[in-house]
Design a protein around this ligand. Sequence first.
Ligand SMILES: [Zn+2]
Length: 442
Amino acid sequence: MRLIVVLILALFTAAAAAGDRLALVGGTLIDGNGGPPLANSVILVADKRITAVGQVGQLEIPADHRVISTEGMSVLPGLWDMHVHLMITGHADYAHWRRHYTHRLRDEIMPAAARQLLWAGVTSARDLGAPLDDILAIREAIASGDIPGPTLYVSGPFIQHRPYPGTDHYRWGVHGVDDARARVRELAEAGVDVIKLIDHDQMSEEEYLAVVEEAHAHGLPVVAHAHRPEEILRGLRAGVDNFEHTGLATAPIYPADVIEALAARTARMDLGPLYWTPTVEPLFNYVHTIRNPEHLDDPCWHQGLAEDTIEDIRASIRHPERLPYFQLTAARKPTLRPKFDQLREAGATLLIGTDSGVPLSFHCQSTWAELEVWVNHMDMDPMDTIRAATYWPARMMGVLDDVGTVEAGKYADIIAVRGDVLRFINILRDVDIVVRHGQQFR
Ligand SMILES: [Zn+2]
């Protein structure tokens, strides 16, 4: 009897290690390629990957596949969030956070943020700014299946002119060209996926050019802040691959020279797309949030956090209308749409990213909210918006062969949600099914 139990356990363990064999059956598939949706879809999954995609009645479901009904649902590739910060989880006071949570990042804060992203249907995320050892450890822990979370692409520390006081564990200043190259080399050798460059309008010309050149020599794309016109102009000159944020504070629009330089870059087909992650959601929704803060009480953001951490964050955001972080936000809101339109018209390829983790911004809520703002307030087509969270991010990070769309051969990163996501994008706020690398998390 005992032997049989041991044998069954052994078989069960072997099956679990190989990943589930799944059949997602019945829903309408939006595969990420932008074509017409596929009704009554069947997606077969084995050994972490999609083995076949077809339709009910045409594609046979093998007997050893566990059937998950997606009837009545939209089925789509797992979402990407191209701008998250796992080291912060919504607390309003960064100095306080650094003092009390830096030693809790690896065991509590980052795993909690990762879990919340995956729970929200985000199966891939790009972390743009964190202590190097901590974020690499979390990326590895997720990759090896030790903790749940999205597949991570990480920059490690920001590369900038000078770190702000008390932040040099995740912000590296550069002193001259040789130092700029050495810093980038150190990150490349540690295994980061991308270089994050900020405040390069304060660097010497030689320094920021060296950062981008060294990154590209190591095959790493460069992501740069676009807060000020000179950051954009210099970034374009250096060959930055992807800009972050909408920027320019309360300026009503981008100046003509910036848009001309951007359009000249996007016209260069030989250089490939110029990517831009506008991260409009935290700014767009702030004014509404301070008047209607109920969603800040959603326990979804408590997942994985200790009781004292939850209480501390809650206390810090008790008066969201008083936070210095948002001093300019009310004045910035009306400038978001014109700038968003300028970026589109100048030919930038826009990506979904959220800055998740900044004050009031929780990893369980940010990503769908960014999609919602694009569709309902920026007049972006829902299909294009979904592709900005699936196909384009995977292409930008050079991993389109493995993820980004639902196709045979790719990793089974798939989400499903009841209802028609092309008509009602905000149903993504509560996804029903999350599968990452063939494992069902939700
Ligand atoms: Zn950020």
